[in-house]
Design a protein around this ligand. Structure first.
Ligand SMILES: [Fe+2]
Length: 262
């Protein structure tokens, strides 16, 4: 059910940043609906891979199953429709048309999904709706060691569903020694992962609020901006990469989101 937002100042839709470096546009080239070792290599080395298609959802799911195991999302389904839905117009949420700042997916899950995938049925034709990807490892490398240490030692209360919270540091080591980055610009700035447009940034000046600003600044300089082609699939490492969404106006935009465990 949609959570109503109180009346407030309606911000202009989304952040717009200067460079279009890294922009990937629709590629109508037919490709075999398979994922090969080059795709696996790209996913491992750069943290993301765009399988441009076009192919259908059945082929997309078969390809994803060669990367990991599909896991249930909020509500229990393996597939989540990402489409502008009535009731969410004033929230920074996947089912709105609003911009969403840098975050990792489901930071309140333990563990969060290892991989995240978006399949595009219909792309926005308005010039918006892009997905920005940011390498979390590269971002961490820009921070002072004492800041990274604080990210490893200081708990954050991440919403975990049904009113509960998961208290974990922003950065933890998984059992296999890999780092898991949990991050939410919205949570660290507004205290809410899905704040209303016009909400007051109540955590500005805090440790987390400062990190959120730095992450957005890093995004401006180092993002990979992707407009997923129709029939294409974008997959990324959700323990490593931050992602964000640009606002859009074309409500025909329709994607399906998948979560994968390793
Ligand atoms: Fe997301």
């Amino acid at each position: 059910m949609a959570i109503p937002c109180g009346a407030g100042f309606l911000r202009a839709g989304g952040r717009r940043h200067g460079s279009t470096a890294g922009l990937v546009i629709a590629d109508p080239t037919l490709r075999s609906p398979d994922i090969d070792h080059h795709d696996h290599h790209r996913l491992r080395e750069q943290g993301h891979v765009l399988l441009s298609g076009p192919f259908g959802t059945a082929a997309a799911v078969a390809m994803l199953r060669r990367i990991g195991r599909l896991v249930p999302q909020h509500g229990g389904g393996l597939a989540h429709r990402v489409v502008a839905t009535s009731g969410f117009e004033r929230r920074r949420y996947s089912k709105s048309t609003n911009a969403i700042g840098v975050h990792t997916e489901a930071p309140g899950w333990d563990p969060p999904p290892r991989y995240l995938a978006l399949y595009c049925h219909t792309q926005a034709g308005c010039g918006g709706g892009h997905t920005d990807l940011v390498d979390g490892r590269a971002f961490l490398a820009t921070l002072p060691p004492e800041t990274v240490e604080k990210m490893r030692s200081q708990d954050v209360a991440f919403p975990a569903g049904r009113g509960g919270f998961l208290r974990r540091p922003l950065l933890v080591s998984a059992d296999d020694g890999e780092d898991i980055l949990r991050f939410s610009y919205n949570l660290l700035t507004y205290g809410d992962t899905e704040p209303c447009l016009g909400a007051e940034p109540s955590l500005e000046g805090s440790f987390g609020g400062g990190l959120a600003v730095l992450a957005e600044e890093f995004r401006v300089r180092h993002r990979t901006r992707v407009l997923i082609p129709e029939g294409g699939l974008l997959v990324w490492d959700n323990w490593r990469m931050l992602h964000a969404r640009l606002a859009y106006r074309d409500a025909r935009r329709r994607l399906t989101r998948y979560w994968l465990a390793k």
